[in-house]
Design a protein around this ligand. Sequence first.
Ligand code: GCB
Length: 613
Amino acid sequence: MLDTQALQYPRNTSTRRLFDLSGLWKFKFDSGACGEENGWQYGLSDYILMPVPASFNDFFTDKNSREYTGDFWYERDFIVPGEWEGMSLFLRFEGAAHRAEVYINGKKTVSHEGGFMPFAARLDGLVKFDKPNRVAVKINNELSLTSLPAGSTKLLKNGRKMSKPFFDFFNYSGLNRAVKLVAVPKESILDLSVEHKLTEDGSETKYSVTTNGDNTVQVSVFDKDGSIVAETTGKEGVIHIENTRLWNVLDAYLYTFRLRILKSGSIIDEYYEDIGIRTVEIKGRDILINNKPVYLKGFGKHEDSDIIGRGFSLPVAKRDFELMKWIGANSFRTSHYPYAEEILKMADREGFLVIDEVAAVGMFESLMNFLEASSGKKTDFFSRDIVQTQTKENHKAAVSELITRDKNHACVIAWSLFNEPETTSDSAVKYFEEIFIHALKTDPQKRPRTFALIMNSTPSVCKCYGFSDFLSLNRYYGWYVNGGYEISDAKEQLIDELKEWEKAAPNKPIIFTEFGADTMPGLHKLPSVMWSEEYQEEYLNMQFEVFDMFDSVKGEQVWNFADFQTTEGILRVDGNKKGIFTRARQPKNAAYLFKKRWESLALDYKSTSSCRY
Ligand code: GCB
């Protein structure tokens, strides 16, 4: 059963308490997978200290540790204040990559699959008050056909395990996000869902609150100045706001929805969420926000930075938003996994549009899937029983968690349910259908659903694009295919494919969710060669020309926002260098090209109403 309260962003309110356990934890590798046998759940000996939140990998100076694959443990003590006795208590793990088992004072309490979603270790009855308690967590970072992201684990001849991802980012592992001690009242608010509708005089928000009791629920809505604009009681209902200040692209406005459980005038529980009122819809070939067409300008990103790997860093997130605003972007995709919720909160506040992606990446079974795809290789990933059972179950659970956590964010305009899966075999179709239906059922706002199409998923062979409400194309003509001096052929290919898509899917907007060229920052060549800053610009100018030719193209999200770390290999020079910014978040020349273009493109660029053809 989904623990919806674990997915609710934790807050201090008049009835709730919160303590962040970030800091140095004890840490130890368990290469023999014999931690429990040796009693590690009670405490670690011969440990080292490890910062949380962070990926463990890049702190190490030896390669065996950086590449470590298998079980590893984190442990620390914590005090639960006596004043919290009588409350419902849990530890909220915000991201433990990729699976975890949590022990509280030696007792196994919870396990969780998937490294990108919060889960709770419930503490009731397991902890002492005002005395040290111990949390030990065993994490495992092995990749398999059933893990999201998918990959394999290789046993080297020397007995060590190695991660072999079917995807192009380093398998950063560990407690990548914070761990928080949370206390909520025994009777408390478990979940809130909202669904908005624009009316002639403002808006109507249908809401639904879940609690674990029968006392009255009160919902009060406040504007930015703290003035109350609506109030009602009941677990379900409709909130009518007059002259609503809508949430808009790069012009965000958030109301505060305060929820209270009341009993004879006293407050049993209090929680709040900042909510932007807006609608999202696909109509014909337009993506509409508040009934107005928008053109997406932005990035595929990664949670990736120096030293901390995939660890969440508020300062890095802040810098990324400043750069995205500077360059004139209005959107990004959380490629290839759900990001820390703080990032969505920032997007809510800044008015960015987010395509929220589940960690279903690698369902093509190849590390260099972009290359395999261009070579026409078929992998038939979905024909295996284990994929149709265990993987699908994990995938559905991950979609449930993603949508439950993120459903109220104004910034989230679509769910991306896969990145570059195999789509040409019949076995993919059934799998897709179930995942797409599941997402629709789970989302109260019924947002558009999509998935990012790999190069070989062309209209003539792809059997799954019909499930998408808009097409998300990852295309590398001019890089993996016909790169360099052959770029003129690449352009023709891109044009031809787009013509085919327009015919095959006349009612679907097309977003380029990936296009890009690896570029070594500072490498200048006249005339250009591939990898030089000049070639990146030449490649991008070619893309822009083609995008501008097709009214069906309703967005461009370049790959990637910044250079990022990958598995080492002959195609990667210390990582993927397709960044428009370096890993240190400084601009390459191409950043100025984008700034000029994006600042000149209207928000409703190519909308049917302003159509130029
Ligand atoms: C893709 C993948 C992305 C890779 C990118 C590349 O198609 O979706 O994860 O990093 O290509 O740079 O090759």
